[in-house]
Ligand binder design. Structure first.
Ligand code: ADP
Length: 387
């Protein structure tokens, strides 16, 4: 993380006219360059207001807004908004303008040359996965919800702003398209490395999209701000715990990889081995299941002692149970859990790139990994408290 935050809110507050309670109450918040910070919290807690304070679509009642260390609280708001892309849920495309014209909005305001604008809109259409030939001259009503949302993202990227504000950008879209757009956007962000503040009320979307998540309570007060991994491992209070909901421990398995586990040796024999060798290995290890490997060292079946009795070297066909899918070292522990609960043996094999047997992942390994993550997160917070 860079030392100077890209965005710094310094005790920013907003009380709407006619209201006695602030919608945002003295919020201090840093957003680092190149990160996606997700603001998540219950409806009405002040997420959208906070987002709009950043580009001064809403003027703060008090406090300061700094971009790149520069106080923009009193800067010209039009100029400010041209530096900042903004994407909203219902897209807000101009219905009587073509897709190209919509995308060209900010470059045009900035007085770019025609050729440069054309080049930019064509490039942006391609970037968000829309063929310019097919889409440049269409009108917004001729697009599906997902396509319109892509145009919304392209328009926000128009003048290549280094900050993007996104307010429930994928909220109004069916779950399948939504997941696709989320994935596309994360891929795009790998290249673009924009500084993004992303608002959602959906904790799963927050976990997926955020490098960090700020869980907000009423009046936009920060209840916890951290990586999704640490929030899942160590919610600081009941509010956060309730908000992240059931299954948070299991969701945390998405942030750990198989390669991070220390897995001990596991009994295995080759098809050419004598079954007696397998029986001895099982008894010595005190195990129920062993792994049968083919002559290339690739796992093929689970075998129990009973499956080995009466078998002969090279003749294990149909004995024991199928293995199901294997894990590779870069798979997540969430995926490991999924394979494990499907497996007859309740555990699952890890293989290398050539498919050769590396070891077996069991429930106890996941249990340990979860407990370690919880321990480390708690230690981190204790450290913060001491500092
Ligand atoms: P969220 O995005 O978390 O749902 P909002 O920022 O939209 O929350 O709203 C925060 C609070 O401010 C709510 O109580 C809402 O009713 C109030 N509010 C939002 N916009 C306005 C407005 N334009 N005028 C008056 N009150 C508003």
């Amino acid at each position: 993380m860079s030392s100077q935050p890209k965005i710094h809110l310094d005790r920013v507050a907003k009380t709407y006219p006619g209201s006695r309670i602030p919608a945002v109450d003295e919020l201090t918040l840093d957003v680092q360059e190149g990160e996606i910070l997700v603001l998540v919290g219950p409806s009405g807690c002040g997420k959208s207001t906070t987002l709009r304070l950043i580009n001064r679509m809403i003027e703060p009642s008090s406090g300061r807004i700094m971009l790149d260390g520069e106080d923009v609280t009193k800067a010209n708001p039009d100029k400010l908004r041209r530096r900042i892309g903004y994407v909203i849920q219902q897209i807000g495309l101009f219905p009587h303008q073509t897709i190209s014209q919509n995308i060209a909005t900010v470059p045009k305001m900035l007085g770019w040359e025609k050729d440069r604008i054309h080049e930019r809109t064509e490039q942006l259409l391609t970037t968000v996965g829309l063929d310019p030939e097919q889409y440049r001259d269409r009108y917004p009503k001729e697009l599906s919800g997902g396509q319109a949302q892509r145009v919304g993202v392209a328009r926000a990227l128009g003048a290549d702003p280094d900050i993007m504000l996104m307010d429930e950008p994928f909220g109004a879209i069916d779950p399948i398209t939504r997941e696709r757009l989320q994935n596309e956007f994360l891929r795009l962000q790998e290249e673009l490395r924009k500084t993004i503040v992303f608002v959602t009320h959906d904790i799963d979307e927050a976990i997926k999209m955020g490098d960090r998540i700020a869980i907000l309570g009423e009046r936009s007060t920060i209840r916890q701000i951290d990586t999704p991994e640490r929030i899942l491992a160590y919610p600081v209070d009941d509010f956060v715990d309730d908000f992240i909901g059931t299954g948070s421990t299991i969701k945390g398995l998405n942030f750990q990889q198989v390669s991070g586990l220390k897995i001990p040796d596991y009994p295995a024999i080759s098809v050419s081995d004598d079954p007696q060798k397998g029986i001895a290995a099982l008894q010595e290890a005190g195990r129920e299941w062993l792994v049968l490997l083919d002559d290339q060292g690739r796992p093929v079946r689970w075998l129990r002692e009973d499956d080995l009795r009466g078998a002969a070297p090279g003749q294990y066909d149909g004995r024991g149970e199928e293995l199901g899918d294997h894990l590779s070292p870069d798979d997540t522990l969430f995926h490991a859990l999924e394979l494990m609960v499907q497996s007859a043996a309740g555990k699952t094999c890890v293989v290398d790139e050539a498919g050769r047997f590396q070891g077996v992942v069991e429930m106890a390994h996941l249990n340990k990994a979860i407990r370690r993550a919880q321990y480390e997160a708690r230690a981190h917070y204790e450290e913060l408290e001491r500092a």
